[in-house]
Design a protein around this ligand. Sequence first.
Ligand SMILES: [Zn+2]
Length: 352
Amino acid sequence: MTSANTAFSSAGSALTRRQALGRLGWAGALGLLASSAGLRAAEALAAPAAAPLGLAGQPGFYRFKIGALEALALNDGGFMVPFDQSPFAAGLADGPAQIAESLRAAFLSAARVQVPFNVLLVRLGSGWVLIDSGAGGAFGPAGGKLVAQLAAAGVRPEQIDAVLISHAHGDHIGGLLDPVSQQPVFKNATHYIGRREFEFWMGLSPDLGKLPLGAEAAKGLITGAQATLGALKGRWQLIGPGEKLIDGLEILETPGHTAGHLAFLISSGDDQLLHFVDAAHHHALTFAHPEWAFAYDAQPSVAVATRRALFDRAAADRLRLFGAHMPFPALGHVKSIGGGRYDYVLEPWAVG
Ligand SMILES: [Zn+2]
């Protein structure tokens, strides 16, 4: 077996890395390591447990404009994962070595990969539109900081008029329900999700059984999605292909990470922002290696094609980008550097 496939052997488990990650989800996989792993994995996880992202005193919201529109980037938390247990370069025999090399080339720690959770709030028309909801309780203490960040920015959950869900993974829908009461957090908001995404997870599509993580792994993802989507039954407005919801917002079908994954193009005057959500998961790894499969991509080859198409469009049009897992405040641009590779260029934090 390759090192990539035996990365979870330190957990004393017969599971391959892919099986374990898939079965449990990221949070569950981390939980497995924390509870039963060997010393190496436990030590690797001790640091984020003691000092999670979103440290007290760290800024977790960032105001900016898209043309005339007010916008807020909000950090919901995030986690660090040991590089050789990360979901990047899935299926590559020398994946961990390539990940370490790419991290070093980007002047990042080669030991651990940082995965932030970011949420975008935009004032469109007369209402506040939230794009995704963060992890809520789905990732334990690693996530669920969205409501506190909103409060720090002076926005109450009941002031949110619409929530748009890009896809039904836990780090995007977990924040829709209060972890204690299981009641809707954004109780005055219309909840939107793509029809294809909703039907996929709710078992209305024959593709549900085709997730590449294997039946048991897929079951974990499906159970999580169905629990949250089902708890909000009756609130969902399903978005069809090309549907126009609000002036200034274009909804882009960007399948691959999930069957019905959506991206969002927000326009005001001459300014635009492309929120590509989970079409890419790391500002160095995924842009240097867009061809790498990500362990949670439902359709890896489709995800790669979607990612390249978005990168090419954004590079050609010099589009400003926002990404759910980019370094906070998650704004940047992409440029093509030839050979099918790209550079992500972080936007400087504005001082005034
Ligand atoms: Zn995500």
